[in-house]
Design a protein around this ligand. Structure first.
Ligand SMILES: [Fe+2]
Ligand SMILES: [Fe+2]
Length: 410
């Protein structure tokens, strides 16, 4: 007689946790790669947050796995789950992306986290229970957002169901999130699902105004403080393109260590937050988000460079060059008693310190990993020269020039 086991063993527990972490990371990667490809502004903003949250949940699960003496959490992950992760990238539009990443994978993960305390020996495995309690609130909010938002867009993308059924079928064929369910038979792959990643051009809703570099004139801070402020926060709103750049960089550098991927996921969300401080401020100043021209050109032109060049350019050139202007703006806004603008830029400045620190840490590792012969100084000089030729944003060129005045490169 076979006795039904009441709880999973410690070995089964680590296998479950490995699969949870693998799927969180897969969602992080797919959402990052898709960030430039989603035209809906609300979804872009939410997905930016969820890239970071998925990374943070994977990181918490890795921590618990190390306590359970599993140091290579992707070792012996099933081929079925690896296929699922690869196939997630092959969505064709926002509806297929949300219907699979959120309404199949994240929803199944959510149910697994909820039931994990009853499945494991909770009395002995309390730290895992703590971990599942920590990762639950974020994924609950993500799925709730996706269900509400999906209802507003699904009619724009007819035919998404076949792709949803296929991805759900891949998960079922591998025994579900835990791998412990009776495997279903392998699903039929729908046709016409070529890989659209990495996105060469970032997508916006039809009819949204596109930035015209020839009309981008910086108003004088002292003599036209209001015009200067509005101009500056419109550029903040456009930091969405920095987040999109990081999404493609993250997707294109899977060979890099987890810590790098985790840092880039946070960097990505920070740039979405910088866009949001622009969004909040331009709305307070009387504009609608969809009235602000979108600087899609900077993403598109940077995508002509390899991922390593893009990362070095962003973190060792553009971001260091931008620091002095932030300090000047903070002083200026404090002087004219605009405490909201001063607060916004003070958090931006604080975040940028970490972005620059990560750039110093990871650029040499990227150069090594992808076989570059250049030093970090050489790639900074080369990509800065490229920027001066190619950027559509005069502010970036001006900051680069100013950073070289009075000696010393940031
Ligand atoms: Fe930023
Ligand atoms: Fe930044």
């Amino acid at each position: 007689m076979v006795v039904e086991k009441s709880h999973i063993t410690i070995e089964q527990n680590t296998e479950y946790l490995k699969r949870y972490a693998f799927l969180e990371k897969a969602c992080m990667r797919t959402l990052a790669g898709w960030l430039p490809g989603v035209p809906e502004w609300e979804a872009k903003n939410q997905m930016g947050l969820h890239v970071w949250e998925s990374g943070a949940s994977a990181d918490l699960l890795y921590q618990r796995l190390r306590e359970l003496r599993t140091y290579q959490p992707e070792r012996n992950i099933s081929e079925g789950l690896k296929t699922l992760a690869r196939e997630l990238d092959h969505a064709q539009n926002t509806a297929e992306l949300i219907a699979t990443v959120y309404l199949v994978v994240k929803k199944a993960l959510l149910e697994a986290y909820r039931s994990h305390p009853e499945v494991t020996w909770s009395e002995f495995d309390n730290p895992t229970v703590k971990t599942t309690e920590k990762v639950l609130p974020a994924i609950e909010r993500q799925v709730a957002w996706a269900e509400g938002f999906f209802a507003t867009i699904e009619q724009n993308y007819p035919g998404w169901q076949a792709w949803r059924d296929y991805i759900a079928g891949l998960l079922a064929a591998d025994g579900g999130v835990t791998g412990a369910e009776v495997p279903a038979s392998a699903p039929q792959r729908p046709e016409n699902h070529l890989l659209l990643l990495p996105w060469k051009e970032c997508q916006r809703m039809k009819g949204w105004p596109i930035f015209d570099p020839s009309t981008d004139v910086e108003p004088d801070r002292k003599t036209e403080p209001e015009a200067h402020r509005l101009w500056r926060f419109k550029h903040y709103l456009n930091e969405m393109t920095a987040a999109e750049t990081l999404g493609s960089i993250l997707w294109m550098t899977p060979e890099m260590p987890w810590e790098y991927q985790y840092n880039v996921s946070r960097h990505l969300w920070d740039e979405v937050r910088h866009s949001q401080l622009g969004q909040v401020r331009v709305q307070q100043l009387g504009l609608k988000i969809e009235d602000v021209p979108q600087v899609v050109q900077i993403y598109n032109v940077m995508m002509t460079l390899p991922a390593v060049d893009q990362y070095a350019l962003l973190t060792t050139v553009i971001e260091p060059n931008g620091m002095p202007e932030k300090s000047t703006n903070r002083e200026h806004w404090e002087e004219i008693e605009d405490e909201i603008s001063a607060a916004a830029v003070s958090y931006d400045w604080s975040d940028e310190n970490f972005h620059i620190r990560w750039g110093k840490k990871w650029t040499p590792v990227l150069l090594e990993t992808y076989g570059y012969k250049e030093t970090p100084e050489e790639i900074a000089a080369r990509t800065e020269a490229w920027l001066m030729e190619n950027t559509p944003v005069k502010m970036q060129a001006k900051m680069a020039l100013e950073s070289h005045q009075g000696g010393g490169h940031g």
